[in-house]
Design a protein around this ligand. Structure first.
Ligand SMILES: Cc1cc2nc3c(=O)[nH]c(=O)nc-3n(C[C@H](O)[C@H](O)[C@H](O)COP(=O)(O)O)c2cc1C
Length: 155
């Protein structure tokens, strides 16, 4: 069976959010899964990053009741091209939000519907004061569930 490719595209502007994105990268790369992970800052993602991608993980912060500016910038730059080429792409996303996360979730869900991507697990919203152990545990389970599903081709 052909090795599956997962793209992890994130915006991690703080020490805490860097811990989240490092965990995603490390856990998927060291898991006994037959998947290839490509990790990119969202600012470096473009439409060619999606060639032969079987699954996508997005990590963002919530800023001003919306996704971070660089997450929005990625969609601004790539939406039109991706809309025609990536229908049905399995995706999950997590949001680090100091307070809430709801505005970011609503905005992202609308875009994902427009792109006709398939959100195969409910989003993980890590909100409130920083809970390192709890957040890292939740995130690990979330991304490994997704990566296993991609490897097995069940999504
Ligand atoms: C300019 C700015 C706007 C923000 N707006 C929101 C917001 O609307 N909702 C929210 O839940 N958190 C908001 N935050 C908090 C960020 O989500 C949080 O700082 C970020 O996810 C990084 O997490 P950390 O502070 O634990 O490192 C904002 C932070 C900044 C710097």
């Amino acid at each position: 069976m052909k090795k599956k490719n997962i793209l992890f595209a994130h915006h991690s502007p703080s020490e805490n959010t860097k811990k989240l994105s490092k965990l995603v990268k490390n856990k998927i790369e060291t898991a006994t899964l037959d998947v290839k992970l490509t990790t990119l800052d969202l600012i470096d993602v473009n439409t060619s990053s999606f060639k032969e991608i079987d699954g996508l993980i997005i990590g963002t912060t919530e800023n001003f009741g919306y996704m971070s500016g660089l997450t929005k910038d990625f969609f601004d730059r790539c939406y039109d091209v991706l809309k025609d080429k990536t229908e049905g792409l399995p995706i999950i996303y997590y949001v680090r939000a100091g307070l809430d996360g709801e505005g970011c979730k609503i905005a992202l869900n609308k875009i994902l519907i427009g792109l006709r991507w398939r959100q195969v697990l409910p989003p993980l919203i890590l909100k409130g004061s920083w809970q390192e152990e709890d957040y890292l545990k939740q995130l690990e389970k979330f991304v490994l569930t997704f990566a296993s599903g991609i490897e097995l081709g069940i999504y």
